[in-house]
Design a protein around this ligand. Sequence first.
Ligand SMILES: Nc1ncnc2c1ncn2[C@@H]1O[C@H](COP(=O)(O)OP(=O)(O)OP(=O)(O)O)[C@@H](O)[C@H]1O
Ligand SMILES: [Mg+2]
Length: 275
Amino acid sequence: MSTPAILVENVTVHYGEVLALDSASLTVDAARICGLIGMNGSGKSTLFKVIMGMIKPDAGRVLIGGQSPTKARKEGGIGYVPQSEDVDWQFPLSVRDVVMMGRYGHQGFTRHPSKADRSAVDQALDRVELGEYAERQIGQLSGGQKKRAFVARGIAQGATMMLLDEPFAGVDKRSEATITRLLRELASDGCTILISTHDLHALPGLCDEAVLLMRRVLMHGAPEQVLQPENLAMAFGLDVLNRDLPEPDHPAAVVHPAAVVHPAAGASATTESRG
Ligand SMILES: Nc1ncnc2c1ncn2[C@@H]1O[C@H](COP(=O)(O)OP(=O)(O)OP(=O)(O)O)[C@@H](O)[C@H]1O
Ligand SMILES: [Mg+2]
């Protein structure tokens, strides 16, 4: 059997008293697009941070292509598009600077960009259609453009895995289509993609497989199967079971904590919404 691109085994993470991941296990094969869904506070961002090696689990293990997350990250294998709330948008970096960060692993100690670095950055910016915004401060882009800048950073880096934490939040249809097309292209080039989203309608068109998270992996399978009402009820609460999925473009198509009446059965720690 080939080594999975992502192996998460019985991973538990606490933030103080809060149990964010509770023996979560997940395996994703290379070149797959895997969608991660779950209510606010279900541990999606924490799972990304564990896979990135930014958080060390209290228990369990994570292997990226058979090696530790820290090593995979240092080797530039993992591209990360963080949730907007996790980024300091005031930081004085241009869009080009952000994308150039993807080249740090290719640069020497001096971090002086070579011709190859500059060319990789230009190509990545073109690929996400942000060439004309290269010199703009990163915080002065629209929501969708910011996401595309981070995707460009992963492309410039030559990442073989992309982790995207809610790349469609606050993003218009054009940016969403651009990002979706890019992800498909990257996956067909062999890149493994893990993407969290609250847009359940977009899931079947976007992903090869889907994961339902509620501190642990409740379900992992084909998107259509995971989106069955009884599975959504398990993860989001009974309210979702009692109505059809809203149409795309309808505001309610994004599952909001206010729509959740009952927390998932068996949930042990408090779930909070943190936007
Ligand atoms: N730095 C932190 N310190 C303390 N608790 C945290 C921290 N980060 C997350 N948590 C808590 O851990 C739990 C999981 O949070 P996480 O951000 O992983 O959820 P999420 O599924 O990404 O939610 P959302 O859909 O709102 O982005 C939540 O209860 C949250 O309040
Ligand atoms: Mg999150």
